[in-house]
Ligand binder design. Structure first.
Ligand code: F6R
Length: 608
């Protein structure tokens, strides 16, 4: 979603702002813009569409000056257009602002400002901020921004520049991420650490209700009342992952193929003999965990599907009752907590607004929060009591693939750990399962070698209009995930169902034109799955079955078969995910879709 960059220093402002925006591109956007101050005038360049369009405009009409702000916009209020792109400016074209988030009370503020004769030129909620800063300006930009943010409701990170004070960028964070990069003779600002790392490894992570004033030789932080505060500087030791597509046509395909190595890396990091090591950010004691009464998992989208698989794992292995909630529901439903629950948040980006709000809801009730997060130093990991990192590397494709399988992997091990603490499984059973886990990377590799076969099947079904994905037990969430993968990148309608539920309504949709993807590896519900598939076949459905190697029965009833290696039932969602991802990928790619940047979607969903 929207990304902010800011720079004050002596480098070429065009290159620095553009380089930062390219780094934020993966978050998802539909327009972009930059602004700088030159000889007392504001210069703004904005475009609809891809960043390449902005780069072309800047090549033609470069900005000058040593200070500027830039933005990638993911439309919330007002269509994607040049007019609605940020920076947004005030009436006199003297103040420019970029914003990530949503201003919930923008409508009433706009009415108020129109009455005061402010002229609005966009449909955005953001523009009210520019006019409010103008309205409140009394010779001190910092004061006027502070006064302005005290009137705003919603979530926001903003960066403001003004021709009246051309030596500084004033920025404020409330609900959306903002990181300051400290350099030599230069200072920077961005929504994401990755956009700073070409310039510096010294960063300050801002918290909600904090302001920064950035000058070339000085950075000062303030609280919401304008009082000077000291902030801890962090040295980023890790390197940004190489984010080239290499030989792959899309990041998504590359990321699918990385899964073998990622799981192998996690096997090496997390399994130490018969012990588990959840990393340096995991602080819960065995005693604390042994006493927990139940688990509440909250997450969004694909991460929610992983959480749903977690429910099966925690209940089966550790006999710990587990609820799973979509974060946007969890945060508003006033959940009941009794006993000593552990709240788990699962998020690739670590910035998802609803998941973060769920954590805050839990913390307000004094509950312990464990998060499973991919992006280090992200807000969700910082606000949780403990974090298990996914170690999946940067995920650039909007559709989550490698983060998802790593989420399931971490959940599997954590469930085994809990089962040991709760005396639910015996040591030999746990040992057996650890052995199974260690075999997963090689099994993933075997599936990846069959990618061409999956492509052939995808080609056969690429013109399908409605797909149904079915599964049972721990692979019911896999069915939900298969459907989500297909619809989000191919724009083809797909729905996921527990197979046993088909006859309670959805079977009415079945005809020869509605392909069904049935997930039926060897498992405790295998026979039931076959019965469900037979019911669909007898109503004319074309069925693609994902099943276990060596299974002859599925060959007799399925129209097309994708085999995965045999594995422990509770690990099967990891293996099943690979063909589901490849199937969705090939259908989308064969239909000419923008696989890595599907329409309307953002990688980091920082607004609710
Ligand atoms: C789908 C997808 C999304 C995300 C969801 C949560 O492929 O990527 O459904 O899973 O937006 O995002 P995170 O995991 O970053 O909290």
């Amino acid at each position: 979603m929207c990304g902010i960059v800011g720079y004050v220093g002596n480098k070429d402002i065009n290159s620095v702002l553009m380089a930062g925006l390219w780094k934020l591109e993966y978050r998802g956007y539909d327009s972009s813009g930059v602004a700088s101050i030159v000889n007392g005038d504001l210069e703004v360049r904005k475009v609809k569409g891809r960043l390449m369009n902005l780069q072309e405009i800047l090549a033609d009409k470069p900005l000058s000056g040593n200070l500027g702000i830039g933005h990638t916009r993911w439309a919330t209020h007002g269509e994607p257009s040049e007019q609605n792109a940020h920076p947004q400016v005030d009436c006199k074209n003297e103040i420019a602002i970029v914003h990530n988030g949503i201003i919930e009370n923008y409508y009433s503020l706009k009415e108020e400002l129109i009455k005061k004769k402010h002229v609005f030129r966009s449909d955005t909620d953001t523009e009210v901020i520019a006019h409010l800063v103008e309205e409140n300006y009394n010779g001190d930009l910092k004061e006027s921004v502070l006064k302005t943010v005290s009137r705003l409701k919603g979530s926001f990170a903003i960066a403001v520049i003004s021709v009246s004070e051309p030596d500084k960028i004033v920025a404020y964070r409330f609900g959306s991420p903002l990181i300051v990069g400290l350099g030599k003779d230069e200072n920077l600002l961005a929504s994401d650490i990755s956009a700073l790392m070409d310039h510096t490894r010294r960063v300050v992570i801002m918290s909600d209700g904090e302001m920064v004033v950035l000058k070339r030789e000085e950075v000062k932080f303030y609280d919401k009342d304008g009082k000077n505060i000291e902030k801890e500087e962090k040295k980023i030791k890790w390197s940004p992952a190489t984010i080239q597509k290499g030989k792959f046509p899309h990041y998504m395909l590359k990321e699918i193929h990385e899964q073998k190595d990622i799981i192998q890396k996690n096997v090496n990091l997390r399994i130490k003999g018969s012990e588990f090591d959840f990393g340096e950010n995991f602080h819960f004691s065995p005693q604390e965990l042994a006493h927990l009464s139940h688990i509440v998992i909250q997450a969004c989208g694909t991460s929610w599907h992983a959480g749903y698989i977690g429910k099966y794992l925690f209940e089966d292995f550790a006999r710990v009752r587990t609820e799973v909630d979509i974060s946007s529901e969890f945060r508003y439903r006033n959940p009941v907590f009794d006993g000593e629950p552990l709240v788990m948040a699962i998020s690739q980006s670590g910035e998802t607004a609803d998941t973060l709000a769920g954590i805050r809801e839990a913390k307000a009730k004094f509950l312990k929060v464990l998060s499973l997060v991919n992006v280090r130093e992200s807000t969700i990991s910082r606000e949780s009591d403990s974090t298990i990192y996914l170690n999946a590397g940067s995920e650039i494709g909007v559709a989550s693939t490698k983060a998802y399988t790593s989420q399931i992997f971490q959940l599997y091990l954590f469930a085994l750990y809990l089962s040991r603490l709760k005396w639910a499984l015996g040591s030999s059973e746990i040992e057996e399962k650890i052995k199974e886990v260690k075999g997963i990377p090689e099994k993933i590799e075997r599936i990846l070698k069959e990618a061409v076969k999956i492509k052939k099947i995808a080609k056969k079904y690429k013109d399908g209009k409605d797909f149904m994905f079915i599964g049972r037990g721990i692979n019911y969430p896999s069915a939900l995930e298969g459907a989500l993968k297909l619809k989000e990148i191919s724009y083809i309608h797909a729905t996921g169902y527990p197979a046993g539920e088909m006859k309670h309504g959805p079977i009415a949709l079945i005809s020869k034109d509605s392909p069904v993807v049935a997930i039926a590896p060897q498992s405790s519900v295998y026979e039931k799955m076959l019965n469900n598939i037979e019911e669909l076949k007898s109503r004319g459905a074309k069925v693609i079955i994902i099943g276990s190697e060596g299974d002859k029965r599925i060959k007799e009833i399925g129209d097309d078969i994708i085999y995965i290696p045999l594995c422990e039932e509770n690990l099967s969602p990891i293996l099943v995910a690979i063909p589901l991802q490849l199937f969705a990928y090939y259908i989308a790619a064969l239909n000419g879709r923008d696989v890595d940047r599907p329409r309307n979607l953002a990688k980091s969903v920082t607004v609710e």
